[in-house]
Design a protein around this ligand. Structure first.
Ligand SMILES: [Zn+2]
Length: 404
């Protein structure tokens, strides 16, 4: 099915306090001889109420105040994020009044419109983008440290550590969880990766038993099989049980943040000072004979450039206008990523696999470029000059820039 929420249709919105896209009004539907009234929620204003990043900006963990009409039956709010449904997150909300409700911003939510749904299936139009900054980072625990708390009599003592608090889908190395047991030996070990957004374990490992005091590690690259996991906060949850059933866990009540990290779906490709240019840098701005199909990110020539998202290299060529360029089919996405005007040919060739965050070249001005910059394009499926369409990459670039 075609995704109708392409970011190209959205205006960039610097503030959370935005005008709203036109929403369909409540409609009367003819049904036999009578008429069934379907109350369609309509949003007029969204503001950040509590735990906000600033007055106008929310972050994962904030509470939004939503004003509108026909809100009485609303029981869920979906944060639509950027392109595609991969980053959508839905939270339940308690029924409130007809004109107001409060909605929690899930840890994994990113900047984008929100939409309300009622228990009877009516859905509001998507709002204009709500600016959502990344959540405050989890407490780092990069070295093995003893699990706090009294522990259970007869259970092993645990030390755990998690290599990073920020991880990217498809990056190498991924995030590594390490642990060491002492005291009693464990008959059964279980490691779960739990999403903080909904408390669901998305992946489970059953590590082999090892001798006490030996360190064991497990790494994860943000993928579940061939699919990318949803962005958001995740926690490693280790349970070690003895044959008698005495259990030790790395997370005690009141320490929910231990061994947690935030997973992001993309990394900002220009790894140095940069700016997003003026009017001419924008997607859709006028060019001789066509309109601009990407967004220009200005940086000094030679600034390191990385793959925003890993994947397979589709094209690596030189073109009179684009200069040295490379196109990567984003792993686990239906999006192609194009990087142009590189100062040298990328070291990668067509068919190569690239990891997220891996260096693919440097900013340059090869081809027809006015100043050193990355001309960056995002294309929908089926791909770059292969039946897909370019869409405005600026909302994505801005979001990636805010966390990486
Ligand atoms: Zn350009």
């Amino acid at each position: 099915m075609r995704d109708t929420r392409l970011p190209a249709k959205r205006g960039a919105c610097a503030l959370i306090l935005c005008g709203l896209a036109a929403a369909p009004a409540a409609s009367g539907q003819s049904s036999g001889g009578g008429s069934v009234y379907v109350a369609t929620p309509k949003v007029s204003k969204v503001t950040c109420l509590r735990k906000c990043a600033s007055r106008d900006r929310a972050r994962g963990g904030s509470v939004l105040k939503v004003l509108g009409t026909e809100l009485g039956g609303v029981n869920a709010v979906t944060y639509l994020g950027s392109y595609g449904s991969g980053d959508d997150t839905t939270v339940k909300v308690r029924a409130g009044g007809e004109r107001r409700l409060n909605a929690r911003v899930p840890i994994g939510a990113v900047t984008g419109p929100i939409a309300l749904a009622t228990s009877s299936g009516a859905r509001s139009a998507p709002t204009k983008p709500v600016l959502i900054l990344p959540p405050l980072p989890p407490e780092p625990n990069p070295e093995l440290s003893p699990v706090p708390g009294p522990g259970v009599t007869g259970a092993p003592r645990l030390e755990t550590g998690t290599s990073r608090t920020k991880a990217f889908v498809g990056a190498r190395p991924g995030v590594t969880f390490s642990f060491r047991l002492s005291g009693a030996s464990a008959a059964a070990l279980k490691l779960e990766l739990v999403s903080a957004t909904d408390g669901v374990a998305v992946k489970t490992w059953t590590p082999q038993q090892v001798a006490p005091h030996q360190v064991q590690s497990i790494s994860w690259d943000g993928r579940l099989g061939r699919m990318a996991a949803k962005p958001g906060r995740y926690s490693f949850r280790l349970t070690a049980a003895t044959a008698d059933g005495a259990e030790a866990r790395n997370s005690q009540a009141g320490d929910v943040g231990r061994d947690s990290f935030d997973l992001y779906d993309n990394i900002f490709p220009v790894r140095g000072p940069h700016d997003f240019g003026g009017e001419g840098a924008k997607f859709g701005s006028g060019r001789a004979g066509h309109s601009h199909q990407g967004h220009d990110v200005f940086a000094r020539c030679g600034t390191r450039m990385v793959a925003a998202r890993g994947g397979r290299v589709k094209f690596k060529q030189y073109h009179a206008a684009a200069g040295h360029y490379i196109v990567i089919d984003g792993d686990g996405t239906d999006v192609d990523y194009a990087y142009m005007h590189l100062d040298q040919p990328s070291p990668f060739d067509e068919g190569d696999r690239v990891y997220s965050g891996q260096t693919i070249g440097a900013v340059g001005d090869s081809g027809n470029a006015d100043g050193c910059h990355l001309h960056f394009e995002l294309w929908s499926a089926p791909g770059w000059y292969d039946g897909g369409k370019p869409f405005d990459p600026l909302p994505s670039l801005t979001a990636w820039d805010s966390w990486s």
